[in-house]
Design a protein around this ligand. Structure first.
Ligand code: ATP
Length: 411
C-alpha cells in the first residue's frame, strides 16, 4: 500500500525583540508568504486525498457487491425424495442429510420426486436444476479462491519453480512471451505417485495468480457421467472461459487418455469420444489467453501419446515422493500449527519415513496429534509420532492401498 508523503512543516515566526521595525515587517512578510505557500501545498494534498478517497470508495463498493454476489450464489445440490402437500423431503448430496422443507408455491407446481434442486444454507429450495446444470455441478469442483500457497508445499521446490514458470508467468506477464515471440507451454502434466502434492501445486498457482481453480476428475467422468463425458469436457473449457483467469485441473487424466486398446466395447468408445473432445479443445485453445491447463496422473505409462504432442500437454513435470530433506520439510509444514514438545526431532523422524508420500506425512502428523489428545496432553511428543508411525504401518499390513511406505505405486 502507498504511504502518504509527510506534511510540510508548520511555518514558525520567531521575532527577535532586538529587531528594528523594518526587519520585523520584513520577517512578518516572509512568514506570510511561507504561510500562503504551505496553504497551497496543503490544498493540493487535500485534493489528492479526495481523489484517492473517491477511488477507494469505488473499490469498496465493488468489493461489497462482489461479496454479496459470492454470499448469495453458493447453493447446495439436493435430490427431492418425496413430496407432500406443499412440502418436500430432500436429500443433500455429499452428506446425505435428509430434510423436510416447505416449497414455494410456484416451485411446488413444477417439482417432482427425483428432481435435483439447489438449496441454500437453510435448505430452502431456490431452484430446480436441469440435468445439464446438475451434471456440471457434480463433475466439476470450482474454487474461486483456493487457499493453498507455495509455502504449504514441502520437498518439491524444483517442481514449484517449474510450475511457476510454465503456468504463473504466462498468466501474470503474457506480454513477455509476446515480446520474445514464443508461445508458453499449452498444458502442464504433473506425473508421479499419489499424494505428492500435484493437486496442491495446481491450487497454489491459481491462488498466486488470483485465478479460479476448476477441477475435473477423469475417473468420475468415465464412471459417473457415462454418455456425457465429451459434453462435460466442452463445458469445462466453456466455464473456464467465463471465469478467466482460470486454472483448469484435470486429475487422473489417464482415465480418459489411456493408450487406445483394440477392444470395441461401448465404454471404450465413450472414453475415446471424451479424449477426442479434450484434444480438440486443446487444439483450439489460445495459449496466450487467461486460462491455463494442468493435468495430473500417476499412470504416466498408460497415457496415449496423442495427448503429449506439442500444443497439448507439452510440459511434463515429474513430482516424486519426497526425499529425506523433503520429508522433514513436509513434517514441519504439517506440524506448524500443532503444539509440539521440545523432544521432537523432525530430521531424525524424516530419516525413518522412507517411502512416505506428502499425504502419508500429513496423515502421520494428524495421527500423532490424536495420540496426544487421547492422553489429555496439550503438546505432541516424540512418542506420539512413534506411535503414529507404528499405527500407520500396522494399518499398512492390512490395506496395501492406503498405507505409507507400502502404497501400491503402480507409477
Ligand atoms: P493424488 O495423485 O492422489 O490425487 P496429489 O499428488 O494430487 O495426489 P495432493 O492432493 O496434492 O496429492 O495431496 C494430498 C494431501 O497430502 C495434501 O492436502 C497435503 O495435506 C498432503 N501433501 C501432499 N504432498 C505434500 C507436499 N509436498 N507438501 C505438503 N503437504 C503435502
Amino acid at each position: 500500500m502507498s504511504r502518504s508523503p509527510s506534511l510540510p512543516d508548520r511555518p514558525r515566526l520567531d521575532l527577535d525583540p532586538e529587531m528594528s521595525d523594518a526587519e520585523r515587517l520584513e520577517a512578518i512578510r516572509k512568514h506570510f508568504e511561507r504561510l500562503v505557500q504551505v496553504n497551497r501545498e496543503l490544498d493540493d494534498r487535500l485534493n489528492d486525498a479526495r481523489g484517492r478517497h473517491q477511488e477507494l470508495t469505488g473499490d469498496v463498493d465493488r468489493l461489497k457487491r462482489r461479496n454479496e454476489a459470492l454470499k448469495t450464489s453458493s447453493l447446495y445440490v439436493a435430490t427431492v425424495e418425496e413430496l407432500t402437500d406443499g412440502e418436500a423431503v430432500i436429500r443433500q448430496h455429499g452428506n446425505n442429510q435428509e430434510v423436510l422443507t416447505e416449497l414455494d408455491e410456484t416451485l411446488a407446481e413444477r417439482v417432482e420426486a427425483g428432481d435435483r434442486v439447489a438449496v441454500d444454507d437453510s435448505f430452502s429450495v431456490q431452484r430446480l436444476l436441469d440435468d445439464e446444470t446438475d451434471a456440471r455441478a457434480q463433475a466439476m469442483e470450482v474454487e474461486a479462491d483456493p487457499d493453498v500457497t507455495y509455502d504449504d508445499i514441502g520437498g518439491i521446490g524444483e517442481q514449484v519453480r517449474e510450475v511457476r514458470e510454465a503456468v504463473e508467468d504466462p498468466l501474470d506477464s503474457p506480454e513477455r512471451f509476446e515480446e520474445v515471440g514464443v508461445d508458453p507451454p499449452s498444458g502442464v502434466l504433473l506425473h508421479g505417485p499419489p499424494g505428492t502434492g500435484k493437486t496442491m501445486l495446481a491450487k497454489a498457482v491459481a491462488n498466486e495468480t488470483d485465478a479460479a481453480f476448476i477441477k475435473m476428475a477423469g475417473s468420475e467422468l468415465v464412471r459417473k457421467f457415462i454418455g456425457e463425458g465429451s459434453r462435460l469436457v466442452r463445458d469445462l473449457f466453456e466455464l473456464a472461459g467465463e471465469r478467466e483467469p482460470a486454472v483448469i485441473f484435470i486429475d487422473e487424466i489417464d482415465a480418459i487418455a489411456s493408450k487406445r486398446t483394440d477392444s470395441k466395447t461401448s465404454g471404450d468408445a465413450e472414453v475415446q469420444r471424451t479424449m477426442m473432445q479434450l484434444l480438440s479443445e486443446m487444439d483450439g485453445f489460445d495459449e496466450r489467453g487467461e486460462v491455463r491447463i494442468m493435468a495430473a496422473t500417476n499412470r504416466f505409462d498408460m497415457l496415449d501419446e496423442a495427448i503429449l504432442r506439442p500444443g497439448r500437454f507439452d510440459r511434463l513435470i515429474e513430482v516424486p515422493d519426497p526425499d529425506e530433506t523433503g520429508r522433514a520439510e513436509i513434517l514441519r509444514i504439517h506440524a506448524a500449527d500443532m503444539s509440539v514438545a521440545d523432544d521432537v526431532d523432525f530430521d531424525a523422524l524424516a530419516a525413518e519415513l522412507d517411502g512416505y508420500s506428502g499425504a502419508d506425512i500429513a496423515a502421520l502428523a494428524t495421527e500423532a496429534g490424536m495420540f496426544a489428545i487421547r492422553d489429555e496432553r496439550t503438546a505432541v511428543a516424540e512418542a506420539d509420532f512413534q506411535d503414529a508411525v507404528e499405527k500407520l504401518e500396522e494399518a499398512g499390513d492390512n490395506d496395501v492401498d492406503e498405507v505409507p511406505g507400502v502404497t501400491d505405486y503402480r507409477y
